[in-house]
Design a protein around this ligand. Structure first.
Ligand SMILES: [Zn+2]
Length: 264
């Protein structure tokens, strides 16, 4: 009888006693009274792994004194691939970070404090560029992201989605995604970009395909070593349709979370 009950419990079958049947016994239910000889139990399900996370400020919270952030919480590029191939990456400010011209204190652009969490939004950071998504009507049009280390021509930028490289300028690569969104990558090693994509036929890319390595190209000048990443999305405002700069940070947080959790 006991052997049958144990077998039934192990198989998750109905347990029947002289008083009747009591329904399905969960396989993990104790099958033996206290003090009985131990019986083999099915292995417990391994606990689901804790999602990997990282310290990051909320969207729209800029460096103190660097302007007012976008209040729009929309996930504008749901499902996009994080635009750098590998973690870690550091979303923060070039101008208001160490080594920038509005730096919080002495230190160079390679200061370890620039290569550390938390992330911080810098869409809408104070600039003269027109930007309808900023409270001021103007501001930084994308997000600055430092790659893992302060080395140029090492860390790959990759396609946020499948599409076509529609232009390669002196410091801007433009990707027209199949969704209709436009992604702009600034400050890659443009000599390499041109070598990788020499012809129109070569410029159709897959999601996650390498586009070039992060550098400091700025059209004959140099900036800091970082990827400036922009998203432009089709937006209809009443009768007016336009492709405009949209807040990047929420889409970057979403895609980086997937990258950290091996679900990029
Ligand atoms: Zn920038």
């Amino acid at each position: 009888m006991r052997r049958l009950a144990v077998a039934a419990a192990l198989l998750g079958l109905s347990a029947c006693a002289p008083g009747g049947c009591s329904g399905t016994v969960p396989p993990t239910s104790p099958a033996e009274p206290e003090g009985a000889a131990s019986t083999p139990q099915p292995p417990a399900e391994p606990p689901a792994p804790e999602p990997v996370t990282w310290p990051h400020e909320p969207p729209g919270v800029l460096y103190p004194g660097s302007g007012s952030g976008a209040t729009d919480p929309t996930l504008w590029a749901a499902g996009m691939r994080f635009p750098l191939e590998a973690a870690p990456a550091w979303a923060n400010s070039q101008v208001y970070g160490y080594g920038g011209w509005q730096a919080p204190g002495p230190g160079g652009q390679c200061d370890p404090r620039n290569y550390a969490y938390p992330w911080r939004d810098n869409f809408c950071e104070t600039r003269s560029w027109s930007n309808s998504k900023c409270p001021a009507g103007r501001g930084h049009q994308g997000q600055d992201i430092r790659p893992a280390t302060c080395q140029k021509k090492v860390h790959w930028a990759v396609a946020a989605e499948a599409g076509r490289i529609s232009s390669i300028g002196s410091y801007i690569l433009t990707l027209l995604g199949d969704s209709g969104r436009i992604y702009r990558y600034l400050h890659l090693d443009m000599a390499e970009v041109n070598a990788l994509f020499p012809t129109p036929a070569s410029r159709t890319v897959t999601r996650g395909q390498r586009l070039g390595r992060v550098s400091d190209d700025f059209g004959g000048n140099a900036t800091t070593i970082h990827l400036h990443f922009e998203i432009k999305a089709p937006v209809t405002d009443g009768e007016t349709a336009a492709v405009i700069f949209v807040p990047t940070y929420t889409s970057l947080v979403d895609s980086y979370s997937r990258l950290l959790n091996a679900a990029a």
